[in-house]
Design a binder for this molecule. Structure first.
Ligand SMILES: Nc1ncnc2c1ncn2[C@@H]1O[C@H](COP(=O)(O)OP(=O)(O)O)[C@@H](O)[C@H]1O
Ligand SMILES: [Mg+2]
Length: 231
């Protein structure tokens, strides 16, 4: 197998506020993540966890430094190319699920596939079949035609995970995915993430306050003096 790292951040800085009174979340930080690794990003609120996740997910751009994805310099892409790249390669799960209300579970999970049709030309039937498979994978096979607002919080978060898996991304990014869930639903989501890594070799980066979830990951990272350091 190709041993090019999935993610390489080199000399990455991100400043907020004015240059003089700058809040430097990241200062010349480096990070290498291999394919198939599972990583927890931990630390106090406001320390920069979401900022880092958003930079890796190409939702935010660093002020300095480079981001390589499978060895490729992706920050130079124009917006359209970057959006297509993100849709195909990166799945996102947030604390709030951002599902489309009024649409069914399966329609929500089909959405990334439908968006990518322009590039990939898969049939709607194929996309639907895959979406159903992903919902079955998160144990929602009996809920595919439910409108998302009729599902419980734990079920909605599992729909969001199924949607993040819709394009079989190389990288799954989760920002406090169990922040809104009770203990039982949190455990189910933790198990699921770990299984997805095992079954599909999917690289997973999760921001979490939950020590159980952090403990399941291969490595725990936090921030110190603008650098990314092991815990
Ligand atoms: N777009 C922004 N503009 C200004 N400040 C920001 C912005 N995004 C984040 N910050 C600040 O950067 C710090 C880190 O934020 P964040 O990465 O969201 O922290 P965490 O996810 O660890 O709670 C916080 O102090 C936050 O207020
Ligand atoms: Mg955050």
């Amino acid at each position: 197998m190709d041993d090019t790292p999935l993610i390489q951040l080199n000399g990455v800085s991100r400043f907020f506020g004015s240059k003089t009174a700058a809040l430097d979340i990241l200062r010349q930080a480096d990070l290498t993540i291999q394919q198939g690794e599972t990583i927890a990003i931990v630390g106090a609120s406001g320390i920069g966890k979401s900022t880092l996740l958003n930079i890796i997910g190409t939702l935010d751009k660093p002020d300095e430094g480079s981001l390589l994805f499978s060895g490729e310099q992706i920050l130079g892409y124009n917006d359209e190319k970057l959006a297509a790249f993100r849709n195909e390669n990166i799945g996102f799960v947030f604390q709030f699920h951002y599902l489309l209300q009024g649409f069914t579970a399966v329609e929500n999970v089909m959405l990334p596939g439908l968006i990518s049709r322009k590039y990939r030309g898969k049939s709607k039937k194929t996309i639907e079949k895959h979406a159903v498979n992903m919902l079955e994978r998160v144990e929602l096979g009996a809920r595919i035609e439910y409108r998302v607002e009729d599902l419980s919080g734990g079920e909605q978060q599992r729909v969001a995970i199924a949607r993040a898996l819709a394009m079989s991304p190389a990288l799954l990014l989760a920002d406090e995915p169990t922040g809104n869930l009770d203990q039982k639903n949190s455990s189910a989501v933790h198990q699921l993430l770990k299984e997805l890594n095992r079954e599909m070799g999917m690289t997973i980066i999760v921001v979490t306050h939950n020590s159980d979830l952090a403990g399941l990951m291969d490595r725990k990272l936090t921030f110190k003096d603008g650098k990314i350091v092991p815990v």
